[in-house]
Design a binder for this molecule. Structure first.
Ligand code: B12
Ligand code: SF4
Ligand code: SF4
Length: 373
């Protein structure tokens, strides 16, 4: 039987070699914040993320994620890079985590597989499972229990050394490890910068986010038309939002990531919006398939791009939006119609009238006519 202290140290060293710069261990017991999580679901703050509601029981016990779990190794991989933002017209902002060429789920899954192979070498009879994001596991609460940081007012897990620009991942293991002390102190103090800066007032109170109002949710997870009252508040974000982290003092001195895959792809932030409307399905797939922009799919990105252009209300976007209003996807046609109405220009009005004559979709017609029930 390997010694838990030595084996934990070797697992952490291997995790660090794989890019997980901070790690900690906690027992795989029921997380203390399950009641807060259940209350959050009860209030429908998860919006259309039905998978959370469906698996709500599973969040109360890591054994639902892997049977016979004894320990959880929590891992943090920083992703902050230099900032490529250029402020030019007709562009959209992308959240920092998505500037690179690879979807973080793919990269982290590969690293977790390597780590699990290493675990098998240290504990030949061990069972281990690596997860990131999608399993029913309250990652931030497990990370807090493993000593990685505190659950901040903006709901992010913040680490004193690396701020909040990092991904979390977990490895469940059916072996005892040497556990770290849970992080019990709180370092937001009297600051409320994140709550004050959120353009949609998404925080119903400190530590509680109504996802229905969060730009990150609206641009990535919400698959239907964006509620009309939220559109203006989305500014020009087309994938995710970083405002409540950008204003956080704990991110001012956060170090840059060492992982080359997170280096910003040229043209991904800011993203030129008019050209997106000119890409065919195949061209869109070829450009974005492996990147984080693929998650909302072409229809989601074009919906968000149309809203961003509508918010800028620049007549130069009437050309691209007139392609959007003829798109095969009603979601894109509807958002483009809304955007053309915001621009309020004769050329845009003619485009709307021409489409109205041939449009058969009731939702798109309501957007063309500005009818909101
Ligand atoms: C669903 C989800 C979202 C939703 C909802 C976010 C939310 N705040 O709940 C949406 C789509 C909006 C979202 C957005 C983002 N997400 Co997200 N998301 C998740 C996911 C899949 C589940 C989170 C969850 O369970 N939410 C439910 C709420 C109730 O839980 P919670 O936020 O953790 O809240 C806990 C505490 O606040 C505490 N609590 C409740 N009340 C109180 C009161 C007090 C006083 C205290 C101290 C604590 C406390 O209890 C809660 C339950 O544990 C996790 C991955 C995972 N499996 O955990 C990633 C995750 C949280 N997301 C992540 C990221 C990076 C983001 C974005 C930054 C992406 C972006 N740039 O656009 C934004 C940040 C927005 C924000 N401020 O949270 C990272 C966060 C890393 C970190 N350092 O914290 C995670 C861990 C993914 C990952 N594997 O790296 N996300
Ligand atoms: S990610 Fe943006 S919209 Fe969401 S809570 Fe933070 S500041 Fe508000
Ligand atoms: S901005 Fe202030 S209140 Fe918000 S998470 Fe950072 S330190 Fe906490």
């Amino acid at each position: 039987m390997p010694n838990p202290s030595q084996s934990t140290q070797s697992l952490k060293a291997e995790a660090r070699r794989l890019g997980f710069e901070v790690s900690g261990c906690a027992p795989a017991t029921s997380p203390a914040t399950v009641p807060q999580f259940q209350a959050w679901l009860q209030q429908q703050f998860h919006g259309e993320m039905q998978y959370m509601e469906t698996r709500k029981e599973a969040y109360s016990d890591p054994n639902f994620v892997m049977e016979d779990s004894v320990s959880v190794l929590m891992l943090a991989m920083p992703y902050q890079t230099r900032n490529p933002v250029t402020d030019s017209p007709l562009t959209g902002r992308i959240a920092r985590y998505a500037w690179g060429k690879t979807d973080y789920h793919d990269l982290i899954h590969r690293r977790l597989k390597e780590l699990c192979r290493f675990i098998k070498a240290v504990f030949p009879k061990a069972k281990a499972r690596g997860v990131v994001d999608t399993a029913p596991l309250l990652e931030r609460e497990f990370a807090r229990s493993a000593g990685l940081g505190w659950a901040a007012k903006n709901t992010m897990l913040i680490n004193k050394q690396i701020g909040s620009y990092f991904f979390l991942a977990a490895v469940l293991i059916d072996q005892p490890l040497q556990y770290d002390d849970a992080f019990e102190t709180f370092h937001c103090g009297t600051c409320t910068a994140c709550i004050d800066a959120c353009p949609t007032n998404a925080f119903v109170q400190p530590h509680v986010l109504d996802a229905n109002k969060c730009i990150s949710y609206l641009t990535i997870e919400h698959r239907s038309p964006v509620p009309v009252q939220m559109r203006e508040k989305m500014q020009n974000w087309v994938l995710g939002c970083d405002i409540c982290q950008e204003v956080c003092p704990w991110n001012r001195k956060a170090p840059l990531a060492t992982e080359p895959a997170f280096e910003p792809l040229p043209g991904h932030n800011a993203l030129s919006l008019p050209e997106l409307f000119k890409l065919t399905d195949d061209e869109f797939r070829a450009r974005f398939r492996k990147t984080p922009l693929w998650r909302p799919k072409r229809r989601g990105i074009l919906r968000n791009a149309a809203i961003a252009l509508g918010n800028e209300a620049n007549p130069d976007s009437i050309g691209p939006l007139s392609l959007g209003i003829d798109d095969v996807e009603p979601l894109v046609r509807g958002a483009s119609a809304w955007a053309l109405r915001q621009i309020d220009h004769d050329d845009g009005t003619s485009v709307l009238e021409a489409r109205k004559k041939i449009e058969t979709d009731a939702y798109v017609l309501s957007e063309i006519e500005g009818r909101y029930g």
